[in-house]
Write a protein that binds this ligand. Structure first.
Ligand code: ADP
Ligand code: MG
Length: 294
């Protein structure tokens, strides 16, 4: 990891008006940064606003408020996004939970992987197929997969194809929104390991989203905890485990299985009391490098 900030999210707000009276504050005043080579884990239960944050960063929504700085520009500004659209699409890639929906069922694996490479003008002709073979190898699939359709391969293999597609353009930022949530537990570990390997090889900044802390804590350098649209706590992984500051974080940590049998015996599942979330507030630094909402 180095000090270059790849993504800088500042006070991001995404509200969805449902009716005249009711507005959902899906993401409220979210701020964090991701550096080159960093794996940032964003964790929180279902409905806490994780996907909203991911989609807002990717430019899929017009923000209610806040800024998203990428490559030195605030791409939350629609004019700036439009001006840099091709470059952003090449350098920011997203992987979704539902890889079946992410891949076109009528496209072969080869053509699915070729698509972003052709769109960004990264390679063509023979070089394109050489690159596709290389990508297949890097995600653990052999060349026979080139001719297959998404319906003919397993969920784990489909996710590998989606990963090959996403890294094909050598992006600066990879966002993976619950990438293993729909896979068998045994396959989950393989895919997470693959992410780790590829991240070391390619060096992208990585936003890894999960509802389960046990999925991401081994990979993440930094962890942000979300709850009801707020970022409650933000710290380096080790610091978060040693000194969780928020009751909700403690309840998430208590559900993470640990290899240490002594710790394992003393482990308790803690109930989270929603009453401890402040109505409004902002992130403050509780100790150097450890931020807490309050
Ligand atoms: P998570 O990914 O953590 O499960 P989401 O970001 O999907 O959470 O959703 C956060 C909240 O925002 C939920 O209450 C959800 O129903 C709501 N929400 C998300 N997207 C929309 C939308 N496009 N329109 C209205 N409400 C939405
Ligand atoms: Mg989600």
């Amino acid at each position: 990891m180095n000090d270059e900030i790849i993504l800088d999210v500042r006070n991001l707000k995404q509200y969805f008006p449902l009716s005249k009276r009711l507005t959902i504050r899906a993401a409220d005043d979210i701020s964090f940064q991701i550096r080159r080579g960093e794996i940032f884990g964003l964790v929180g239960e279902s409905g806490s606003g994780k996907s909203t944050v991911a989609r807002s960063i990717m430019g899929l929504y017009r923000l209610t408020g806040g800024e998203v700085w990428f490559q030195g520009e605030n791409i939350a500004d629609p004019k700036i996004y439009q001006k840099n659209r091709r470059n952003i699409q090449k350098n920011m890639q997203i992987i979704f939970q539902d890889c079946a929906a992410a891949l076109n069922p009528r496209m072969t694996v080869r053509n699915s992987i070729a698509e972003p490479l052709q769109a960004c003008g990264c390679c063509s002709g023979q070089a394109l197929d050489v690159r596709i073979n290389e990508l297949l190898r890097q995600v653990g699939l052999d060349e026979s997969f080139r001719r297959k359709y998404p319906g003919e391969i397993s969920g784990g293999q489909r996710q590998r194809v989606a990963i090959a597609r996403a890294i094909s353009t050598n992006p600066q930022l990879l966002v993976a929104d619950e990438p293993v949530a729909s896979l068998d537990v045994s396959i989950q570990a393989q895919i997470l390991l693959l992410f780790q390997q590829l991240q070391q090889e390619y060096g992208f900044a990585f936003l890894l989203i999960a509802h389960d802390l046990s999925v991401i804590h081994l990979l993440s350098n930094t962890i942000g905890v979300m709850r009801e649209g707020h970022l409650l706590e933000l710290a380096e992984t080790e610091e978060l485990f040693q000194n969780p500051l928020h009751e909700y974080t403690k309840s998430l940590l208590s559900a993470v299985p640990m290899a240490d049998p002594v710790y394992e015996r003393s482990r308790q599942i803690l109930e989270f009391d929603p009453g401890c979330i402040p109505e409004s507030g902002s992130l403050r630094e509780a100790r150097p490098g450890h931020w807490v909402f309050g």
